[in-house]
Design a protein around this ligand. Sequence first.
Ligand code: DX5
Ligand code: ZN
Length: 223
Amino acid sequence: MDFKLPVLAPSILAADFLKLGEQVQICADSGIEWIHCDIMDGHFVPNISYGPAIVEAVGTVSDELFLDVHLMIENPDQYIEAFSDAGADLISVHFEACPHLHRTIQHIRDYGCMTGVAINPSTPVSQLEEILSEVDLVLVMSVNPGFGGQSFIESAFNKVEKLRSIKEQNNFSYLIEVDGGVGTKNAAKLVQSGTDVLVAGSSVFKNGNIAENITRILSEAER
Ligand code: DX5
Ligand code: ZN
């Protein structure tokens, strides 16, 4: 699939859950194509968010939305079918949660979804050496997973640059996604470093006007 890069993927974890459909519609009306869905199980991360039913509901806002599902859960293999059935277009699993990552990535692909691997701030890019040829996306966590509204961890820039040079040297096709603490202050530098997909929760949904926030972040990203 070809996407207009850079992509801004609002993370609905930061949305007002009492107005979720309305706020996703505002995103869609503002030209947003990707919605980032953070799934948390209270084990892999110290928080519980939501499940396949919410992902499915978000997908009903518009057929055009690309559902980017980020599994921050233990044993993700057990839930790939459920999120695929719920309409996930891409499923990312954490390197740190998958002892048989190659098989898990195949499993996601078998269910017709694009594949992603996520790494926490303390996990080096080198750990992904044997899987980079297999995935459609690499998700670089720029906060410690589990909560929105945290401060951006600057080492993410370096990881993005490493992933970009590996991609260029090997002619890989994975997208590079950065997730956590992303906003107007770092969007331009992230894209210049090689980021293709910016995940933003608080900077889209908190403090004021969603449509304006989206416009501001995108104008920085496209600078
Ligand atoms: C954190 C999630 C992120 C988070 C982003 O575990 O993976 O997607 O919701 O939210 P902000 O943009 O507020 O850091
Ligand atoms: Zn996320």
